[in-house]
Design a protein around this ligand. Sequence first.
Ligand SMILES: [Zn+2]
Length: 140
Amino acid sequence: MIVDPDCIFCKIVAGTLPAFKLHEDEHTLAFMDINPISPGHCLIIPKTHFANVFDGTDAPLAAVMATTRRVAVAVRDALQPDGMNLFQANGPAAGQTVYHFHMHILPRTAGDGLLRGGHGMQAGDKAVIAGHADRIKARL
Ligand SMILES: [Zn+2]
């Protein structure tokens, strides 16, 4: 397991920083975000340190997704939000502030105005969209 001694999430994994822990298993840890965007906002992390989706490998990322689902069901059942977003940020331009991969569970209330929509409100240029699809598929 990789540990970055300066990483606050690694310190939470090690138990040297406190957290409101929700779930822990061999590969993942889930805990409450202490600066919540909405009530019930929580985070799921791999225990091994890597910064983002580009640096992660399949096994810890799959473990994070499995724990995310488990915790999401519990959040839904416990708090009964109107909806829920799962999101994850890579790099400062995307809003990442802690450089240890983490998935957010963000319970939503109808009309809360957070994270407006998952897509644009106007139809995009189909040729541009197709071009982007071709460029992405060429890398898969
Ligand atoms: Zn870390």
